[in-house]
Design a protein. Sequence first.
Length: 396
Amino acid sequence: MDRLWINARLATMAGDGLGVIDDGAIACRDGRIAYAGPSAAAPQTADEIIDCGGRWITPGLIDCHTHLVHAGNRAGEWAQRLEGVSYEEIARAGGGILSTMRATRAATEAELVAIALPRLDALLAEGVTTIEVKSGYGLTVEHELKMLRAARALGVTRDVRVATTLLGAHAVPHDYAGRADAYVDLVCNEMIPAAIGLADAVDAFCEGIGFSPQQTARVLAAARAAGLPVKLHAEQLSALHGASLAASHGALSADHLEHADEQDVRAMAAAGTVAVLLPGAYYFMRETQLPPIDLFRAHHVPIAIATDCNPGTSPTTSLLLMLNMAATLFRLTVTEALRGVTVNAAAALGLADTIGTLEPGKACDLALWDISDPAELVYRIGFNPLYARVKDGRCC
């Protein structure tokens, strides 16, 4: 064995609950978990033995929906919203996503990496070992690929697993004003083929201020034809049955979902599509329509939680805060919240076979916590009890 963590309490996330083992140990070989279970049956020797002093170990946290790579900020627009201007009004006046687009297009790839690193470091400091990063602020082939390369570079500059998502269908750029179908042609015929090898998945914004269900369906079909899995921003501001559309294309996840109904939830359940909830955006936009949590529970749709880190509607870099918001605003239980940033978040990225639980064969991604109970990770606000972060068996 390379490393052995002993005298630990484990929340493995295996099975249906937290998978608690009160007197546990974890062994690692070649970056993979070789053993996770009771201390009595653990290997006795290793190149390095780490005494955890009774601390809790969870899988490394997973932030499965972010827009981490971008330039500029939209504090001025936020001030407008405080004065009563709606998000939709700002977007239609050339602000919103298009405002960030202009700043992002003006930045070099190296500048985008440098700008994103402090955001990434804040997430890593809370135990995140895997992060999804979307493009979507370039809105040309050149600039979308630049964003994807910057996202990949983050995983080289820092010890973190990065999953990249092409979000070319995020908004209609100003040079395609009134020609949304033509822009969708660009996304389908040029952008998606060019992103093969750089993007792990394709996303779109199915919304009245984004793309219609018909246009979104073209993007999802083009992605699947190119061999790329899909996910979707759906039912955030209105009910367009984007979640049902995503499920019909076998989407990994449908995200936001405040306006999803039972038809959508049934479709997601049948397709195995994960519901990714984004409480930061719900809070920041002062929404009142709650996601249909009880329907997700009734139909056994896995629930994940993410920061949605972005400059316009969720400028947060704290996944731990999202745990508390998910519990407080959406009434998720402690178990649901913690599974939402581990095993279910892994499923939302198509990585359930690799990460998300403490089980043999999975990557040895760990978060060690100075807490007395896992509930503290959800209960406390502005509290970061991370003791150590381990990625692929390496303390980092």
